[in-house]
Design a protein around this ligand. Structure first.
Ligand code: FA5
Length: 363
């Protein structure tokens, strides 16, 4: 090691040399110390330097007391002692100064990193856009709110009772087969439609009622261009003392005209739902060909959109309404379907894939 070597040489020098020779050797030592100090790059390196040269036990300059001073010939002892102290003091002072420099350097570096230039333009976070399904939900709500409806919500994890039983679909009822779903645990399942909100609302509120209930629903359907295992529906229903099928027709006709445009016609076809009687499928005239017949409407001129009907009086038994006093209508349909027709989206899966290139078109 360079310094140890130097010490050995120094000792040899002390044995033979004179005061000038000793001073020369200490100069060399000083030069080396200064060079090492200048090369220090961090606080850690500073500490290593301190231990190496000034450490209480092994420090080279500390050990020099024993190794250099003691064996020095009496004539040179004073000079060696003085020079040794001087070098030590200098080493300590220089180390202190170098440490301050290093501290200042790291402080400058820290400030440089943290520097805040208030004249720079702010960070622009990309502004998100409403999802097309949400746009449609908002618009449907707006139209029905303007007709005096209120909005209700129900749980997506629903009990068998609300999803089926109280909607007049007892266990083993064949209509359940059309709505196979995912069972969570025991009697709980992922709701297959928004119709359970009818029951939940009628349980807690008395007529007159005018309610819509948009939300997410689930079915064990295989995905294709028009089917997803998770999709959205909007339920709507009104119960009062004198509600008729005409009210249902007028309400949906008004809704579709506002949603798709004045030119849109509606038509009701007889159908079946266990919770409405009579029941109907609601079609609108094809918005692409105005009823002339095209690929989109499979040449029929009509597009099926909602299921609807008069609330089956059996339901009033579950919610303790007087069926002789009240009547009501209900309807429900796929929101994704409304959105696909509105925006010309050919594949329902696009709505749920989270692809920004698709979603950014709906600002
Ligand atoms: C029902 O779900 C009834 N609850 C609607 C109803 C409410 C009738 C109130 C009467 C009174 P249906 O199973 O036909 O009906 O579903 C309604 C709509 O949901 C369909 O017209 C369709 O637009 C949409 N839909 C059904 N299954 C899927 C699916 N897998 N993916 C996307 N949309 C679907």
């Amino acid at each position: 090691m360079k310094v140890e070597e130097q010490v050995r040489q120094t000792l040899e020098g002390l044995g033979v040399g004179d005061e000038a020779g000793v001073a020369g050797l200490f100069d060399g030592l000083r030069t080396q110390i200064e060079r090492e100090l200048a090369g220090l790059a961090s606080a850690d390196a500073g500490e290593q330097f301190r231990i190496r040269w000034l450490g209480r036990k092994q420090g080279l300059l500390t050990a020099a007391n024993d190794n250099w001073l003691k064996p020095a010939p009496p004539a040179l002892k004073r000079a060696v002692g003085r020079l040794l102290n001087e070098v030590k003091r200098q080493a300590e002072q220089s180390l202190e100064a170098r440490r301050r420099e290093l501290d200042a350097g790291s402080e400058t570096a820290r400030l440089a990193v943290q520097r805040l230039d208030v004249t720079l333009p702010g960070l622009r976070r990309p502004i998100g856009a409403r999802h097309p399904v949400q746009i449609v939900i908002d618009e449907v709500q707006e139209i029905f709110l303007s007709m005096g409806y209120s909005v209700e919500e129900g749980p997506e994890i629903e009990s068998d009772y609300y999803n089926f039983e109280a909607l007049n679909m007892p266990r083993e009822h064949p209509a359940r087969d059309t709505q196979a779903t995912l069972y969570v645990a025991g009697d709980y399942l992922l709701r297959t439609h928004t119709s359970p909100v009818q029951i939940r609302t009628m349980e807690k509120m008395q007529p007159p009622l005018r309610v819509i209930a948009p939300g997410r629903v689930y079915r064990r359907d295989n995905p294709d261009a028009t089917h997803s295992f998770m999709f959205h529906q909007v339920e709507g229903f009104a119960v009062d003392t004198n509600i008729t099928f005409c009210d249902l027709k007028g309400t949906l006709d008004y809704f579709f005209k506002r949603f798709y445009g004045e030119q849109v016609q509606t038509r009701f076809r007889p159908s079946f739902f266990p919770f409405t009687e009579p029941s109907a499928e609601v079609d609108i005239s094809c918005i692409f060909c105005s009823g002339a017949g095209c690929r989109k409407c499979k040449q029929s001129g009509w597009i099926e959109l909602f299921g609807a009907g008069m609330i089956d009086p059996a339901l009033y038994g579950f919610v303790k309404y007087d069926e002789r006093k009240y009547s009501g209508f209900a309807f429900g349909g796929g929101i994704d379907r409304l959105a696909m027709l509105r925006y010309g989206i050919e594949d329902i899966q696009l709505l749920f894939q989270g692809d920004l290139r698709f979603l950014q078109q709906f600002r």
